[in-house]
Ligand binder design. Sequence first.
Ligand SMILES: [Zn+2]
Length: 145
Amino acid sequence: MEPPEWTVLRCSCCSMCFGRRVGTRGRCTRCGILANDSTEVVSHAMNVEQLQSEIGLANMPEDLREEFLEKMQHTTPVQSHSVGDLRRLKECILLAAEDGTLTAESVAKSLARMNIRMNAIDLIEMGYEQGLLFKLSEDEWQVLD
Ligand SMILES: [Zn+2]
């Protein structure tokens, strides 16, 4: 593992956090005080993106930070869940397609068969946005996949 490229420091003067690149002298972005040996090291970051989120987090008030971290933890599983859902919804579209075309009615049936609680039109619109469906008429879509 490579050593972290950035250090997040807390200013001893105004207690704001700022980043310091390894090998350079850090300076508080708010009051301009230079970092020294007694400056508190809050965390490390491998790159600028990580540094920005570390600094943002470090400068967040305590109560907000907890809420933020909690939100982050709750968001991650939901995201991976929706990727799995997307695959299922695609299956559902394919299931609904007879002879490569489908209607809102056939989508509604396949949603029911797969036990997915979703509006057929919503699914069709999603498939359309994802480039899976091509609209043939008001109530007929062709599966492109
Ligand atoms: Zn400062």
